[in-house]
Design a protein around this ligand. Sequence first.
Ligand code: SF4
Length: 320
Amino acid sequence: MGFDYVFDTDFSADLTIMEEGSELVEHLKHPEGVKFPMFTSCCPGWVRYCKARHPRFTDQLSTSKSPGQMFGAIAKSYYAELLGVDPHRIFCVEIMPCLAKKSEVGIPVMNDACGDPDVDVSLTVREVDRMIRAEHIDVFSLAESDFDQPLGTATGAGVIFGATGGVMEAALRSAYYLVTGENCDADAFKDVRGLDGWKEASFDIAGTTLHVAVASGLGNASRLLNALETGEVSYDFVEIMACPGGCSGGGGLPIHDGEELAGVRGDVLWGLDRTAKLRRSHENPAIQAVYRDYLGTPLSERAEKLLHTDQHAWKMPREA
Ligand code: SF4
């Protein structure tokens, strides 16, 4: 179908966790002038909703880009250097469960690697399914093959990004390590799993109690934000995904009339995490290599330039 290299976005989900988890830890260590809760920012549907309907919370969005955007920025910088090619010659296509990412790739400031858009095109899984059929490719007759390297290695923490609560859990697994220098039980934060639209939990990390919430579906997000505005609830860290159930219920996935598959697909992701050899983003050897050889540390100057964004740098269509 014309692709020279095929990688795994779960790699850059691990990268997102390294940056977002470090951002959370920094906020907790230096809370002066920081507004809580910090919100996840990996769902462009949620980011747009926040900016459009609850703009007073825009400041509290993590500055970390979504895994797709982080991937593009790394592909056209670090990977271009590894290949020894001009990054302008790389055309980066992401295949996503998501419709909102089609808009995200067009955000004018998502061009941090070489000035071109970091991701050139975002296709949905449903579209790629049709393309495969149009090419008359019988996927079941193809031999299994690995993702290309080094951007094709991921941990269980990267995999669970696709299920509601997964980003929170993955972030806390690495935040725990960043604070204590030790790994926690990989299931220590499992209280945020499940398909409830609005979940709450409190965890102790090295003597600090962290109050967290997870919402999926914009109706639930709206209720949560209203409760925050009235002071009914208060949290330190909140994950919001626009689609009910998270990306496993994403609007760009194949649709089976009358069936809701977000939970079934989410269970597959949790199962893959359970059996993964590595279940924490900071254990990913490919992530360790990209920091060692290129980025330095999470939140370094280069990481800030490539992997973070100013959520105020673009406006909604009707914003003055
Ligand atoms: S939850 Fe939905 S809108 Fe958000 S990133 Fe996932 S698929 Fe896209």
